[in-house]
Design a binder for this molecule. Structure first.
Ligand SMILES: NC(=O)c1ccc[n+]([C@@H]2O[C@H](COP(=O)([O-])OP(=O)(O)OC[C@H]3O[C@@H](n4cnc5c(N)ncnc54)[C@H](O)[C@@H]3O)[C@@H](O)[C@H]2O)c1
Length: 436
């Protein structure tokens, strides 16, 4: 139990505009959070990526979460020097938590962030983890590192908290300032402070989890549950393909029942849903439980890109020239991390097809550097394709006219519609169509 008072409370009686908050890691999660908290608090944002900090200082957010006027209007200060966060009452850690090549949790960025924060931690400060982790990481991994690097004792000289992030990249409705924020602290008093702090950043209110491990577990099952539900729909889709039935037609029909869950088939990429279940499975394994359903769901979803590419291949007449529309991990975001469209592209190429890729949102250099894919610049004046595979439902693709699409495939090629965006679009009868 605590025997000193968190600085955020001691100095100001309750949190106030003077409360100093540092955000450690300014990506998809950290930046919107920093901007939301800066409406009520003194916020400094720290990131190890100098390029990112430079861009943010110039008002440019390449993740497209915060537009330039909002970024310029915000009082958040940006730094690459952790010493600038020394006087923070609360440090909020929002660094990546990916998996390694063996799908094991890679906690190195999180450990690195703790090693950076420890030496600048002031007495009574709170360190809140927001990164998605398995139950136990905040107290059993972060706590000891912070103790070692600060020379102080967790729960006595400084405090831990966990508050999972629930935002969904590209979702402009469920934004960080509107959704219910789960908070948890090492002591009741810490939870009170975090409820107060986050309560000022969101109109959605806060939910006090019973303890830190509960909050960590809740976050990780939110995403594991989605993954499993999508895996079920993907498996059903594979069956329906063999039966010559459209999964979308089946889902639309089943969806008329009041308690049928609304999930659609497709690729599961990105930084969260395709990754977090492995965190839970890893922890399960450590305590002697094999996470059968969770890992089966992962396997089915991981296989979806190959399934789609094989299905498209079966619908083509020999070696073909194919245009893939979209390479980001989901629609209307520039995020390329863990995109499964690469599986479609590589399997199509393995089948001997020539594949061009277009994506107006993806950064051309990042696509080349991280995926080895050269994006074509523009869709205008394209022709000579045997097939178009729409892999990502970007709005720009929904807006393409049937005439423009038909022209690209010479009036008689194959339109493969992975996301079902052209289900209700009329095309010339000469156009061959494939969908899930
Ligand atoms: N992206 C999402 O929509 C989302 C939603 C919910 C939860 N999450 C979780 O939030 C966490 C962050 O995800 P993200 O999408 O914002 O990642 P991101 O890659 O967009 O951003 C992370 C930032 O942290 C920086 N960073 C890395 N190591 C650092 C260190 N040691 N010190 C300081 N900065 C460091 C990186 O340079 C980067 O700018 C992850 O755990 C993720 O699972 C993400």
């Amino acid at each position: 139990m605590a025997n000193s008072t968190p600085a955020a409370l001691k100095e100001h009686d309750k949190v106030s505009g003077k409360t100093k908050i540092s955000i450690v890691g300014l990506g998809y999660v950290g930046l919107p959070l920093a901007v939301a908290l800066a409406r009520s608090f003194d916020v400094i944002g720290f990131d190890v990526n100098e390029g990112r900090v430079k861009e943010l200082r110039h008002g440019h957010d390449r993740t497209m979460e915060i537009d330039t006027p909002a970024l310029r209007a915000s009082s958040v200060r940006f730094t690459t020097d952790i010493n600038d966060t020394r006087d923070a009452d609360i440090h909020i850690v929002t660094v990546p938590t990916p998996v390694d090549e063996e799908d094991k949790p890679d906690l190195e960025p999180l450990k690195g962030a703790c090693k950076a924060v420890g030496p600048v931690l002031k007495k009574g400060a709170i360190v809140v983890v927001e990164s998605t982790v398995y139950p136990g990481v905040t107290e059993d991994v972060c706590g000891p590192i912070l103790e070692e690097t600060s020379g102080m004792t967790s729960g006595v000289d400084f405090y831990l908290g966990y508050s999972p992030e629930r935002i969904n990249p590209g979702d402009k409705v469920h934004t960080v300032d509107k959704i219910i924020k789960v908070v948890s602290g090492q002591t009741e008093q810490v939870t009170d402070i975090l409820a107060d702090v986050y309560g000022k950043a969101t109109t959605g209110g806060t939910y006090r989890a019973r303890n830190i491990k509960t909050a960590e577990a809740a976050k990780v099952i939110e995403n594991a549950q989605r993954d499993i539900n999508i895996a079920f729909v993907n498996e059903a889709t594979m069956i329906f393909q063999k039966l010559g039935i459209s999964a979308y037609d089946v889902l639309e029909t089943a969806g008329t029942k009041w308690n049928f869950l609304n999930f659609t088939p497709g690729l599961v990429g990105g930084h969260c849903i395709g990754v977090d279940p492995f965190y839970l499975a890893h922890r399960a394994n450590e305590v002697g439980h094999f996470a059968d359903l969770i890992l089966t769901g992962r396997r089915i979803n991981e296989n979806m890109g190959k399934f789609i590419a094989d299905s498209v291949h079966e619908n083509l007449n020999g070696k073909s020239k194919i245009l893939v529309l979209g390479v980001t991990f989901k629609e209307n975001v520039p995020d390329l991390r863990n995109t499964k469209v690469v599986d479609i592209i590589s399997v199509l190429r393995e089948h001997g097809h020539e594949v061009d890729v277009h994506d107006p949102l993806a950064d051309k250099d990042e696509a080349q550097q991280f995926l080895g894919i050269d994006l074509i610049e523009s869709l205008s004046d394209l022709s000579g394709y045997d097939s178009i595979v729409c892999a990502v439902a970007h709005s720009v693709y929904r807006d393409l006219s049937p005439a423009a699409l038909e022209e690209m495939i010479g009036g008689e090629g194959l339109l493969a519609d992975v996301k079902g965006i052209w289900r209700n679009t009329e095309f010339s009868p000469k156009i061959k169509r494939w969908q899930l």
